[in-house]
Design a protein around this ligand. Sequence first.
Ligand code: URP
Ligand code: ZN
Ligand code: ZN
Ligand code: ZN
Length: 490
Amino acid sequence: GPFDLTIRNGRISNADKTFHADIGVRDGIIAAIGQGLPPGREDVDAAGLWVLPGGIDSHTHIEQLSGMGVMCADDFYSGTVAAAFGGTTTILSFCAQHREDRIPDVLADYAQRAKEKAVIDYGFHLILANPDEQALVHDLPRIIQGGITSLKVYMTYDRLKLDDYQLLDVLAVAGEYGAMVMVHAENHDMIRWVARRLLERGHTAPKYHTVAHDALAESEATHRAITLSRLVDVPVLIVHVAGEETVDIIRKAQQLGARVFAESCPQYLFLEAKDTDLPGLEGAKFCCSPPPGDKASQEAVWAGFKDGTLNVYSSDHAPYRYDASGKLPKGDATTFKEMANGVPGIELRLPLLFSEGVMKGRITIEEFVALTATNHARMYGLAPRKGTIAVGADADFALWDSTRKVHVTAAMLHDRVGYTPYEGRELNGWPVQVYSRGRCVVRNNELQVARGSGQFIARTRPEPMVDRKPSGKRGIFSGLVGLSSGPTEP
Ligand code: URP
Ligand code: ZN
Ligand code: ZN
Ligand code: ZN
């Protein structure tokens, strides 16, 4: 029969190739890709446009209480609307356990809130703050089997940090049940030690955030996380990689055969430490952890994306307003240590990389697709359903007009942050129509779908966790799961 939707004459790019074809969609699924397909009930001429897989943003903080206790400004409605306007059709956001919380309660709470509000598809990673016996033996296996096949752990922040013993416990369970472990790698004591001395000397301005979070804190913790993952032979994914030395450490480990994966974000390609050096507390708008470095670290991140050291490009959208509800809990008296960490970027993630990467010839369109969609699907168990334009996959794609010029302002964006660190940038190219499961989500700069129309996606085993050839020692370690959670420090 006829298609629900036919997209004609577009230039389609996947991670492996680019070709001209029509796409026929039925019941939200891509039913055919070919030449001269029959008309659809909705028939779209995409001549002159790129048709790219909808972006997958695998690192977003939405309607979440941060490690420092600050609530995000975006809920599952505004967060997913902003994502969609920027060409993203799936997000993974965090269910954040705080140490006193029961994991099933945390999940139920996030699931309910997202279900009511999301306009595109979504999944969750669990932030695990308390890997006790209950979590390791009961909760984690259950939630992984329920489609939450990834978790994030922190090596810093007082309320979230795990010690090395706990990281090993988590890795062992993740290896056993098939979940990807994302690590926020920064050395807690190095940051704390430097920050205390800065504050004692009255150095409280936002620019000292970047001094306190020295690149060595990131590279040391990254090396340690990788070493722990190698000990138990369980893959690990280092999130928000910023520094040159960190990229080198990851590359070296990969060359040794370690199954280490890594993410970086727009802020490490397009912002610099010196952006935080502004009058008053303005610099807070550019503060995230780890902090952006300099031109050399930007080049190292580009090189890491080019040679495959870095696999996924996510936003780490951390939507905090520039006021007492977010970035500045103590108003004008807020020190760098009290600011909420993180910058917004869910809507501009793809347009920034398209403009500065693809249009300027730094990366190919196929690399763009891999970094923004396909690799996320592979790393987090969304493939083959999402991340590639293929028969049988969800009809998630965006039509990009490479001739569209956009002058970035906070006012044009759909998040609730109120500022953007990319204010005033001139971008080339924009996703002008966005489809999720065959539904037109954005057209003519208007949202076309209702609140709550996005779906929870129960994810399968991440690709690095499938097909594993466990080393001899893995067998030994896996037998200890459940017995290994000895007493840990509070
Ligand atoms: O500064 C950042 N990245 N804040 C968001 C929380 C996190 O650790 O990803
Ligand atoms: Zn983090
Ligand atoms: Zn984050
Ligand atoms: Zn302009």
